[in-house]
Design a protein. Structure first.
Length: 416
């Protein structure tokens, strides 16, 4: 749509107020919440830094640790070169605190943040464990948007105890750039008539939807900034990149009409939990699975989800992931059955040392109870899930560089 043109009755772009929240150094902030002595210190969250371990990656680093050149996805060896462990060098003022990834804990913290966001936005789109868009058009107005954004930050801080950066703009793409603009603890409001000016100096590589390859191609065309992109020839961009070129051109002009829509229904629901190291106490494993089974069944009930498949995941040392699932004749919502089936499936692993367990229900059905049995075969969540798990278990992916990210993302899907 050309500037200024709109369908009769459609809201003008400037009538929308979109807020983007992205938590600051999220995993590190979660660690600080339960270990306040880490506040103000360089903190690295990752895998593979214990003596004897050689492979692993940084999931995130606190802003203090970033000063030393530590960053997400960096190989752990490189991180340790930049910032030694305080545990190894207690007297070194330039040493930092390393902590392992505890995704379950971060998921819990992330869920508490999301609960607040659902209260504050008319619609919410969760993007990842630490990031979401809110449509707040009917909750605030441009002249008080700054105060509204501050309120969002304060509620998260007060009720959950972790810092967030917030951006407010008339579209999703600009709101995301705004939340990133003044991190950490950022608060940036870009009003409709400031969008072009705000975007102009931003590097093309930072425009949403432009990866490193496309950024390089754009630079070859002499397009370095969003401002350059906004004033490029849209036909040339379409020739070169197809419809995508046109989208990027519009995004660089702040013409991102995507509505803030909630994500679709999840394919499965799961919870998992790691032991400190591995345990040989199978009674403990059974109890943990029972707790998880109850939590998953409860989640399904709260989401009005029926499930046809119930499964367990058992991780044995070093990183071997085993999944077992049982499919039922029809969709159910039955916590007792989740408990029975998971305990039954678990029996096979009696006597093994276990480092992590998980419970999942899949083949979900969100239709009414009467229709549930008709639609039970809609999707084969099992096949999907199996692929994911095998991907983690059979390769050394979880231990390679960047492995922590994949680990996080896979589990994230479960919680969407
Ligand atoms: N993450 C990861 N591996 C990566 C990138 C991220 O495991 N390569 C995890 C750790 C982060 C979390 O995802 O804490 C959120 O990712 P962000 O990109 O939002 O990064 P942070 O929240 O850590 O930092 P920032 O303050 O830049 O948002
Ligand atoms: Mg973040």
């Amino acid at each position: 749509m050309v500037d200024g043109e709109r369908l009769p009755g459609a809201p003008a772009r400037e009538e929308r107020i979109v807020l983007h929240v992205d938590m600051d150094c999220f995993y590190a902030s979660c660690e600080r919440r339960r270990e306040p002595e880490l506040r103000g210190e360089p903190v690295v969250v990752g895998m593979g830094y214990e003596p004897g371990e050689t492979v692993g990656a940084v999931a995130t680093a606190s802003y203090e640790a970033r000063e030393y050149g530590v960053e997400s996805a960096q190989a752990i060896g490189a991180a340790l070169d930049n910032l030694p462990r305080k545990a190894d060098e207690p007297d070194n003022p330039d040493a930092g605190y390393y902590r392992p990834v505890d995704l379950d804990f971060y998921q819990d913290v992330g869920s508490s943040v999301k609960e607040i966001l659902y209260e504050l936005g008319d619609t919410v789109r969760e993007v990842s464990i630490d990031e979401a868009y809110l449509d707040v058009t009917d909750r605030t107005a441009w002249d008080v948007a700054d105060g509204f954004a501050r309120h969002v930050k304060q509620r998260i801080h007060r009720e959950v105890g972790v810092p967030a950066s917030v951006g407010v703009a008339p579209d999703m793409s600009t709101a995301k750039l705004a939340s990133d603009y003044d991190k950490p603890d950022g608060l940036v409001v870009v009003e409709p008539d400031e969008v072009r000016e705000f975007l102009a100096p931003i590097d093309v590589a930072d425009v949403h939807g432009i990866g490193p390859v496309r950024a390089r191609e754009l630079r070859e065309m002499g397009i370095e900034t969003a401002g350059d992109l906004a004033s490029a020839d849209p036909y040339e961009l379409t020739d070169r990149f197809g419809d995508r070129g046109r989208d990027l051109y519009r995004r660089a002009r702040g013409e991102d009409n995507r509505p803030v829509e909630p994500r679709g229904k999840p394919k499965s629901l799961s919870r998992e939990s790691a032991f400190d190291g591995a345990t040989d106490d199978f009674e403990r494993v059974r109890e943990q699975v029972a707790t998880l089974a109850e939590a998953v069944a409860d989640r399904a009930t709260r989401k009005d989800a029926f499930y046809r498949t119930i499964g367990v995941k058992v991780v044995t040392p070093p990183f071997d992931v085993h999944t077992r699932a049982e499919s039922l004749p029809g969709p159910v919502d039955d916590a007792g059955l989740v408990d029975d089936v998971t305990q039954d499936l678990l029996g096979e692993f009696a006597g093994e040392s276990v480092r992590k367990v998980g419970v999942r229900v899949s083949n979900l059905d969100f239709s009414e109870r009467e229709q549930a049995s008709l639609d039970g075969f809609e999707s084969d969540g099992d096949a999907d899930d199996g692929r994911t798990e095998r991907g983690r278990g059979d390769s050394t992916g979880g231990r390679e560089r960047g492995g922590t990210q994949r680990d996080g993302q896979i589990s994230l899907d479960d919680f969407e």
